[in-house]
Design a protein around this ligand. Structure first.
Ligand SMILES: Nc1ncnc2c1ncn2[C@@H]1O[C@H](COP(=O)(O)OP(=O)(O)OP(=O)(O)O)[C@@H](O)[C@H]1O
Ligand SMILES: [Mg+2]
Length: 445
C-alpha cells in the first residue's frame, strides 16, 4: 500500500459521522484527489464553470508549463462534494439533484475539456464520464468504507487515466418500424461527415437492413465466428463504406460490422447458450479505443441479440413515433425494465437511456396534443411505480416546463435512400440538416 492510499483511508477513518460539507471538503477531498493522482497545484477549489456556477473542485494534470491552478484552463475532472447529511445513495432525491448539478457543471462553457465528474459525500462515490454532450455513469454509486475505499479509488484512477475513446450507442426500441436502422446509418454518416471516426454495427441478422442499405455484403459466418472465438479479432471482420466526394479523390468513409447470415439461422436458445450477455461488449474492446462513435442497430424485440446490443452500449437512443402508442409505451418499457435489467448485470452503471425522439411522421398541432396526452398518461402510470420518466420524454422540462421532444420529420428522400444504397444525408441537403440536428441535439458539444 502506498502513502496516499494510507492517508485517504485514515482521512475517512477520522471523519466524524455527521461531517457536513466544509469538513468533508477540508479533511477528505484533497486526499481523494491526491489518491486519484493529482498534485496540489493541479487542483482548483471553487472553480467557475461558466454561467455563474461554481463546482467544488476541478483538476487537471500539468501540461508543460501550463499549471491548472495558474491558468485555470481546460479542467479534466470535476468533483461535486456534499456533506454526510446529504443522502447520496442511488435513487434518493438528493442523489438525483446532485447528479443533475454535476451534469450542469460538466456541460457548462468553461468545462468543454472536462471528461470526468465525481459526486461524493465520503459515504458514497460515483464517477461519470462525459463524451461530447453525453454524461453517463462510469461506476455505480458505491458505498465507501475503510475496507473498500483504496480499491474503489484505484479503480476510478485507472478509468480516468485511460479513458475509452468511443461513445457506444445502441439504437433500440422493441417496437418495429420506428426507424432504428435508418437512424443508425444516417447518424453514422453524418458523424463521419463531421470528422468523427465511426463504426456502425448491424446487429439485426434477420433483417440486415443497415448492411443492405449501404450495398455491403452480408457476412457469411465470419462475424459469427469472430464473436464465438476469443482469439479472433472482431475488427478484422468490418468492411469500409465509402462515399466519393465530388472534389478530387476525397471520400467519406466509415466502418461497418455487417449483419451475419449464420446468426440469422440460429434460435434464441442456441444463441443464449453460445454467448453470454457481455459478449459483444467484450468483443468491442479494441473498437472502443479506435472510434469516436460506435452505433449499433438492433432487432425489434427483447431477445438475446437485442440484449447483447444494449449490454454493449453506454447509452440507448430510442426512436418513437408520435402517432403510435405502442412505440411510446415500448419506449417506456425499455426505460423502466429492459435497461435497468442490463444495468444490474454490468458493473459500471451503464447503459442509460437518452430522451426519446419522434421519427419519420408529420405532426400537426392537434396530433402533438394527443401524443402529449398519451405521454402524460405513461408518465403518470410510471410514477405509481416510483419511476420518473419525465426526463426521458421531456428532457428540458425542468428548466421551463418545456415540452420539447426532438423530431426527425417524415421525409421521402430518407425512405428512398435505402433503395439507392447511399445514406440520405449524403444525397440530400434537408436530410443532411435533419440528422445534423439530431447529432447536435444528443451528442455534439
Ligand atoms: N425520417 C424518415 N422519413 C421517411 N421515412 C423514414 C424515416 N425514418 C425511417 N423511414 C422509413 O421507415 C421504414 C422503417 O425504418 P427502419 O427500417 O429504419 O426501422 P426499424 O425500426 O429499423 O425497423 P424494424 O423494427 O423492422 O427493424 C423504412 O422504410 C425507412 O426508410
Ligand atoms: Mg431495423
Amino acid at each position: 500500500m502506498n502513502m496516499t492510499a494510507i492517508s485517504l483511508r485514515s482521512a475517512l477513518q477520522c471523519l466524524p459521522d455527521n461531517a457536513q460539507e466544509p469538513i468533508v471538503d477540508l479533511h477528505f477531498s484533497t486526499q481523494l484527489l491526491e489518491a486519484l493522482g493529482f498534485q496540489p497545484e493541479e487542483i482548483h477549489p471553487q472553480y467557475a464553470t461558466g454561467s455563474k456556477m461554481v463546482v467544488d473542485k476541478a483538476a487537471r494534470k500539468t501540461i508543460g508549463n501550463d499549471i491548472f491552478l495558474h491558468t485555470k484552463s481546460n479542467p479534466y475532472l470535476l468533483v461535486e462534494l456534499k456533506g454526510r447529511d446529504i443522502n447520496l445513495s442511488e435513487g434518493s432525491a438528493q442523489y438525483h439533484k446532485t447528479v443533475n448539478q454535476l451534469k450542469g457543471y460538466l456541460l457548462d462553457s468553461n468545462c468543454k475539456s472536462a471528461q470526468w465528474g465525481i459526486i461524493t459525500n465520503s459515504c458514497h462515490i460515483q464517477l461519470f464520464r462525459k463524451h461530447g454532450k453525453v454524461v453517463y455513469p462510469a461506476t455505480k454509486c458505491l458505498s465507501l468504507d475503510l475496507d473498500n475505499i483504496d480499491e474503489i479509488v484505484a479503480d476510478i484512477r485507472r478509468k480516468i487515466e485511460t479513458p475509452t475513446k468511443a461513445l457506444t450507442i445502441a439504437v433500440y426500441n422493441n417496437k418495429g418500424g420506428v426507424g432504428k436502422a435508418t437512424t443508425a446509418v444516417n447518424l453514422a454518416a453524418i458523424l463521419t461527415f463531421l470528422g468523427k471516426k465511426v463504426l456502425a454495427v448491424d446487429f439485426d441478422p434477420n433483417q440486415q437492413d443497415l448492411t443492405s442499405s449501404l450495398k455491403l455484403a452480408v457476412s457469411k459466418g465470419n462475424v459469427y465466428k469472430a464473436l464465438s472465438d476469443r482469439d479472433i479479432e472482431l475488427l478484422n471482420t468490418v468492411c469500409p463504406y465509402s462515399f466519393p466526394l465530388k472534389s478530387g479523390n476525397a471520400e467519406l468513409r466509415f466502418d461497418v460490422l455487417p449483419a451475419d447470415e449464420e446468426m440469422a439461422s440460429l434460435t434464441d436458445d442456441s444463441l443464449l447458450k453460445q454467448f453470454k450477455r457481455n459478449r459483444l461488449y467484450q468483443k468491442l474492446n479494441t473498437a472502443r479505443q479506435k472510434y469516436d462513435y460506435i452505433l449499433i442497430d438492433s432487432p425489434p424485440n427483447w431477445r438475446h441479440i437485442s440484449q447483447l446490443a444494449v449490454y454493449a452500449a453506454d447509452v440507448v437512443l430510442i426512436p418513437t413515433k408520435h402517432n403510435n402508442l405502442f412505440s411510446l409505451e415500448n419506449a417506456a418499457t425499455v426505460i423502466k425494465r429492459f435497461i435497468p435489467e442490463i444495468q444490474a448485470q454490468k458493473a459500471n452503471g451503464s447503459p442509460i437511456p437518452l430522451p426519446i425522439f419522434f421519427n419519420g411522421e408529420k405532426i400537426t398541432q392537434p396530433q402533438l396534443l394527443v401524443a402529449q396526452q398519451e405521454i402524460n398518461n405513461i408518465i403518470k402510470a410510471a410514477k405509481q411505480e416510483k419511476i420518473d420518466l419525465l426526463p426521458y420524454f421531456y428532457p428540458r422540462h425542468t428548466s421551463a416546463k418545456d415540452l420539447h421532444i426532438h423530431q426527425v420529420p417524415s421525409y421521402a428522400n430518407i425512405a428512398s435512400a435505402a433503395f439507392s444504397r447511399v445514406p440520405a444525408v449524403y444525397r440530400d441537403r434537408s436530410a443532411h440538416e435533419y440528422y445534423k440536428d439530431l447529432a447536435k441535439e444528443y451528442f455534439l458539444q
